[in-house]
Design a protein. Sequence first.
Length: 540
Amino acid sequence: MVRNVNRRIFLRGLGGACVAAPFLGSLAERGAKAQSLEPPKRLIAMFTHYGCITTRFFPTKSHGPLSAADLAPTTLKHLAPYVDKLLLPRGIRAMNEWTYDMARGQGNDIHNHVGSFLTCQPLDPNSNDPLDEFQPTKIFSPKPIGPSLDHVIAQQLSPDGSPLLLRVAGQSESELSAISYSDAATEYRGGLTPSQAFTKLTGLFAGGAGVSPDTYEAQRGKSVVDIVRHDLDALGRLDMSRADKNKLEAWKALLDDTGRTMTAQCSADSATSLGVTSNHVGAPFPGGDRLSSKLDGTELDGADLSSRLAVLAALCNESPVIVLKYPANFVFSGLGLTLESHRLSHRMDNSGLTARCAPDAIEALLKIDDFYARKFANLVALLSSLDEGEGKLLDHSAAVWFQEMSDGIAHNLNNLPIVQVGSVGGYFKTGCAVNVVDGAADLTAGNSEAFCTPTTTDMVNGVNPIAGTDPALASAPINKYFCNLMNALGVKAGADGFAAVGGAAEVTHFGRYDKTEDFIGGQVNPPIIHDPGELSALRA
């Protein structure tokens, strides 16, 4: 019987093979794949709420090579050191847009639609009332009718079939802001706080005890096959056919290869060098703001600490898809703000649709945008600093910053501010912006400063969303970008083009609809993807 090795360590050492592999005819094929020893490919997604001030976010150039000078006057200036690895996919629309006249999506609560972001699925139950959130009979927490992108990827590529969802700074939140769904109407409850993620990754606090000797050896770089050598040798002494003995030896070689590539940097030393320690994870933050306040005695805040946990998870190959979920409805006291982010996104001191501008609302939102951009740049810097194979950890990954919407008062989903850094082993173009709609270099940056300039206290009007982008523009379906990401990571599809375990084809379809108008009424329209395939303009 195999000795007491941490199950996660053992599974990663297997590299996708199973304990019965010595007796399976597919071993040679598995071994051939393992011999390539290519670094794993990953998606590390950062998700934030309520959009941004789009007029300050985007570089002027929407198509073509980018330089540090292009980023300098924008929110993305912090990414200037990594501009050669930056990709700005411009002109993309997310699905199921809320509108006051029900022109482009379901009714329901204005922010329920975040459930459609990573699923491209309608919500159930449906409300045909665009102001449902203000009604006494409001439909609470409708759920999308299919799984989200992180789970579709993990079902094929993760050892346990699940993504790693990190709740940044350990903030709990309501179902209204959920983005991760393991199946139809099934919100993923496996999101981890920093302390839970630390325990999961290191095992240092499991059951109040330290790691087992075998797990420690694996974390320090010892091959799994060496750890269980005694047990495998005992198995080899049993009476079995020559063919089975040959398969057993081949399996040992397979374990040896995959085990060593996994464990080289997955260690307590790596965690310490990243600043991920039990003292930091459990330490109090001033004022209770674990997100934007600094940890006493360090330069870390709660957001940076969560990012470092994500990087440690990537080093340990914990999952091919890691999601950093930032909280909704947050007061950034560490930035000197007193109004919570949802109200500010509406440019007022409440979450309604019409009111007078809150003082300095635009300036407060720019502080939040800058905070997020700095946190994303810090994540990228860490990924870019760590060696992996012949390159860096970032070179084999896609770090992507997704935002719930474009502008926070318009609630528009076209002209999304998506930022990607990393090519996933050369799959994507980098060092450029790509206008996937028509290749024009002058795509609009939106109209986010239509309300509440420093010299005005005018009325905000969220019913007439003039702060957004003209709905006829910048509307390539996000479904296609999701296909790009899945294919880059190695997800396979069935004959219908949808991702499927056991498939062998390229992914060309995702979600139920790829036209946001089809979401009107919920599921009344038959499922259809009008424009299948990837966004080919993003390919290297």
